[in-house]
Design a protein around this ligand. Structure first.
Ligand code: KIV
Length: 271
């Protein structure tokens, strides 16, 4: 029997248990009640209220504009839906980089106002003090290394990170720092699969990959990408399980046709 089928409520301890038993962790993003209901019901282990909401929900080019208030609104909607999965919420850009007190206050707002189970933040050594302070207050923290979209203007592009030895060594060092600072898990985004494997084998805590190869302890995708709602985004790591963009377009065209032709509503669809 897998851990997945045994647990009634996924916790950070469940994820550790899964890593220790070699069972892969499934994680997706979610931002609203209706979709979170479906994903939780289907048995997803972790839902991330990602700051990718800035892109897929609000239509911004980057994750930078989304605010703490926006994140709390999305998190409240997701939490209302979830009966089983662990719900983690991104600390948005500008809500934790100032100092560890600011980071703690932002994490506390998320936990208090949304009822989420933990927070995620981007970065390595530079956020270690903030992680220690948030974890010290009893809030589980997930780290995020590799391509960290809140730093896109520093990187300049969304290309694969840590291909060179120096950056790979720095990532490994930062992953260990995150673990020692108290993170219960780390996300690795868009790095070579060999590095994803090395880090996953080195760390005690679960490593969740997005474009980090098949050897990480779990996988995460942005829900809109995996369902094919986004159209012009096709990185190599993305597997689309549906083409909802086309399906919703077809349904909408059919609806328009039926309204115009007065086929809808029929006798049976009125009072
Ligand atoms: O915001 C987000 O969707 C994320 C995932 C890509 C891990 O951080």
């Amino acid at each position: 029997m897998s851990v997945h089928n045994e647990v009634k409520r996924v916790t950070t301890h469940t994820l550790q248990w899964m890593k220790d038993r070699g069972e892969k962790i499934s994680m997706l993003t979610a931002y609203d009640f209706s979709m979170a209901c479906i994903l939780d019901d289907a048995g997803i282990d972790v839902l991330l209220v990602g700051d990718s909401a800035s892109n897929v929900m609000a239509g911004h080019e980057t994750t930078l504009p989304i605010t703490l208030d926006h994140m709390i609104y999305h998190a409240q909607s997701v939490i209302r839906a979830c009966k089983r999965c662990l719900v983690i919420v991104d600390l948005p850009f500008g809500s934790y980089q100032g100092n560890s007190k600011e980071a703690l206050n932002s994490a506390i707002r998320i936990m208090k106002e949304s009822g989420a189970h933990g927070v995620k933040l981007e970065g390595g050594e530079e956020v270690a003090d903030s992680i220690k302070r948030i974890v010290g207050a009893g809030v589980p923290v997930m780290g995020h290394l590799g391509l960290t979209p809140q730093s896109i203007y520093k990187f300049g592009t969304y290309t694969v990170r840590a291909k060179e030895e120096e950056e790979a060594e720095m990532l490994m060092r930062n992953a260990r720092i995150l673990q020692e600072s108290g993170c219960f898990s780390v996300v690795l985004e868009k790095i070579p699969a060999t590095l994803g494997k090395t880090v996953s084998e080195d760390l005690r805590i679960p490593v969740i990959g997005i474009g980090a190869g098949r050897h990480t302890d779990g996988q995460v995708l942005v829900m809109h990408d995996m369902l094919g709602i986004t159209k012009n985004f096709s990185p190599r790591f993305l597997r689309r399980y549906l083409n909802l963009y086309e399906e919703i377009s077809d349904a909408t065209r059919n609806y328009i046709k039926d309204v115009k032709s007065q086929d809808f509503p029929s006798e049976n669809e009125q009072y």
